[in-house]
Design a binder for this molecule. Structure first.
Ligand SMILES: C[S@@+](CC[C@H](N)C(=O)[O-])C[C@H]1O[C@@H](n2cnc3c(N)ncnc32)[C@H](O)[C@@H]1O
Length: 487
């Protein structure tokens, strides 16, 4: 989340820092860049940063917790807020714990590792309620306790590592430190990734260091190796890896495949050439170097196949919990027609298909539709149908009777929505309401845009009945929530 989003969200929540109302001194603000100051943290803002005040002027700082007295360094000062770096925790919160990862202080990947898991869950629960009540002006809804991950570590099933050189000049594979698109820090451990993924990273880095190949340098536009993508399946304990470079072939690829085969469960290595020519869109050409290009993941009773780049929820265990939560909200009796809007690779539609008369997925990415149809066939599901198209336009076509759909699919009993972070266009809300479903289940990874959309749904006759947050991303400030709306 960008700082501008954080201040927007925070300002929307707290009237005391709205435009023109800052309580700054006559010179403008009570802080200047470079100042060191001791403050007491009042809250965690939506997006994850701590909020403190210097004479009521709001300062955001990463790494501090509510109730703590901390020493901070003011980095940047804006009209309505400042950003600071944490220097010292003077009085720690009882919810502070020791982050297990050695890279925690510099990585920025899981910003809440220093916050006890129970306190993370409670904060997320409160933030969803706060977003809905303050941003959406919603009331009278039931809130279920957040669904937790029983073992909240090593859950990320996909990662894209960057490739570069560290300050001493060694080739490294890791992540960009926060705000540094041109630097890469080596990642030797990661508590969100499964151990075999870390092993793959180490082997590829060793191979790269021994080779002549150069990391791509985004400043000088020289070198070749861009990134390393790794995908892991919990259900089948298998791994795929892919290297992206500027070259047509990957020199030394056979040797790399030979080394990776030693990892139990490693089933495929690919190489993608990134082709960029002036005034032309970027193109990609992928070759399989060794093994297969898909892995199988379990989802409930289903076996779903995914390629390295296909979209699937990044936490496979919690994907089951998320979809089960959506299924409960949908209250399916076996005879309903369900629309799954923004269906991706069709996993929600396929998960629900056995409990419905028919399900229709709508998605704009062609390869995702192909994956959904292939997975339907592979799982002997004949009542799931997928349409390629933009949701807004496709809904219009359906409502106007201009889309060639079998009659049984034209009128939904339940609509499930799972849009990208930005939320829904107003017309999508209006068109879903015009289809007159009995229930709408709205899944979102961004409660602040979800809150605004829920307010529009309420105006259109679909008030919010209940919401269940689901912790898809432990140790990060990200929140997922499943909302049920009904007339
Ligand atoms: C959050 S993902 C949901 C994927 C799926 N429901 C799942 O659980 O795996 C959002 C999906 O919306 C698709 N999408 C984005 N904009 C769209 C649009 N205007 N019309 C249709 N699909 C869209 C994206 O390609 C992506 O697959």
């Amino acid at each position: 989340m960008r700082a501008s989003d954080v201040i927007y969200d925070y300002a929307m929540h707290h009237s005391d820092i709205k435009q023109g109302e800052s309580n700054a001194t006559s010179s403008g603000r009570p802080v200047t860049p470079g100042m060191e100051v001791d403050v007491v943290v009042s809250a965690l803002a939506f997006g994850g940063q701590a909020v403190a005040r210097v004479r009521r002027f709001v300062v955001f700082v990463w790494g501090a917790l509510p109730g703590e007295t901390v020493r901070i360094h003011i980095d940047r000062v804006y009209k309505r807020h400042a950003e600071a770096t944490l220097l010292q925790v003077i009085e720690p919160s009882p919810n502070r714990c020791t982050p297990p990862c050695r890279h925690f202080a510099h990585c920025g990947g899981c910003r809440w590792q220093m916050l006890d898991y129970e306190a993370q869950l409670q904060t997320k629960q409160e933030q969803v309620r706060d977003c809905f009540e303050r941003l959406g002006k919603l009331s009278g809804f039931h809130m279920e306790p957040i669904r937790r991950m029983p073992y909240p570590w090593h859950y990320r099933n996909k990662v894209e590592f960057s490739v570069g050189r560290d300050p001493r000049g060694a080739k490294v594979i890791g992540f960009h430190p926060p705000g540094r698109w041109d630097a890469v820090m080596q990642i030797q451990e990661c508590h969100l990734l499964p151990q075999p993924v870390i092993q793959v990273r180490g082997i590829v880095e060793e191979w790269l260091r021994a080779s002549e190949l150069e990391p791509w340098n985004p400043r000088s536009h020289t070198g070749s190796i861009h990134h390393l993508t790794i995908r892991h399946s919990v259900g089948s304990n298998t791994i795929l890896a892919g290297i992206a470079s500027r070259d047509p072939d990957l020199i030394g690829a056979a040797e790399l495949a030979h080394r990776l085969k030693a990892i139990p469960g490693f089933i495929g290595l690919s190489h993608t050439q990134i082709i960029r020519a002036r005034n032309l869109p970027t193109q990609q050409r992928t070759q399989q170097i060794w093994g297969v290009d898909r892995l199988t993941e379990r989802l409930g009773d289903l076996s779903l196949e995914f390629s390295l780049d296909a979209f699937f929820q990044t936490n496979s265990h919690m994907a089951n919990v998320l979809y089960a939560t959506a299924a409960e909200a949908a209250e399916l009796g076996g005879n309903e027609v369900v629309w799954d809007l923004y269906s991706g690779t069709g996993s929600i539609a396929l998960y629900l298909a056995h409990a419905t008369r028919a399900v229709l997925g709508i998605e704009v990415v062609e390869t995702a539709i192909q994956d959904a149809r292939r997975n339907a066939r592979a799982n002997d599901i004949s009542n799931a149908h997928f349409v390629l198209g933009d949701v807004r336009r496709t809904l219009k076509q359906i409502l106007e009777g201009r889309l060639n759909l079998s009659t049984g699919l034209k009128k939904p009993d339940v609509v499930i929505l799972d849009p990208p972070r930005g939320g829904l266009a107003k017309k999508v809300v209006a068109r879903v309401a015009a289809a007159r479903p009995q229930r709408v289940v709205y899944i979102s990874c961004n409660p602040s845009t979800q809150a605004g959309d829920l307010a529009l749904f309420a105006e259109a006759g679909y008030p919010l009945r209940s919401v269940t947050p689901v912790d898809m991303f432990p140790h990060t400030p990200h929140i997922e929530a499943v909302a049920l709306l009904a007339p």
